[in-house]
Design a protein around this ligand. Structure first.
Ligand code: GTP
Ligand code: MG
Length: 147
């Protein structure tokens, strides 16, 4: 069962977009298996974005992610990793297609509302970083045979 890590970033939480984002993934047919609203430590932010450590914007990125709470989630479903990335839109919201989350709600690359794992390896790593096994549920929905 494919799973991915999705996070509403501080700008998305501040702008009351949690419900909208959860709704989009629910309506698509994916299943929520874990979620929490949380403040992010500097250590966790640096670990999560470790691949960007050498980039000039790394400090800014860590400051932003730790500036206000995020809403961390795990979503499950066939092809959820790639499809979630499509639903998010490209990294820079100015260029993201209308109809995507970033395309509909964002303007600046620094505040692009949402994070989603970019590969199966990233999804495993990030789920392990943000959630314990006990945080995640697995359950059958009778609806799943219709999706
Ligand atoms: P994430 O889902 O957040 O990982 O975004 P992404 O995979 O679409 O992009 P990437 O991993 O390449 O970059 C990680 C994050 O760094 C982006 O989501 C942006 O928020 C931020 N970022 C990327 N480029 C810039 C930049 O030039 N300036 C600033 N301030 N932030 C940037
Ligand atoms: Mg990324």
């Amino acid at each position: 069962n494919e799973k991915t890590f999705i996070m509403v970033k501080p700008d998305g939480v501040q702008r009351n977009l949690i419900g909208e984002i959860v709704t989009r993934f629910e309506k698509k047919g994916f299943q929520l298996v874990g979620a929490k609203l949380m403040s992010v430590s500097k250590e966790l932010a640096e670990e999560h974005y470790g691949e960007h450590k050498e980039r000039p914007f790394f400090g800014e990125l860590v400051d932003f992610i730790t500036s206000s709470p995020v809403f961390a989630m795990v979503w499950e479903g066939p092809g959820v990793i790639a499809t979630a990335r499509q639903m998010m839109g490209t990294t820079n919201p100015s260029e993201a297609a209308p109809g995507t989350i970033r395309g509909d709600y964002g303007i600046s690359v620094g505040m692009n509302i949402i994070h989603g794992s970019d590969s199966a390896e990233s999804a495993e790593r990030e789920m392990g970083l943000w959630f314990t096994d006990q945080d995640l549920t697995s359950y059958d929905k009778t609806l799943s045979k219709w999706i």
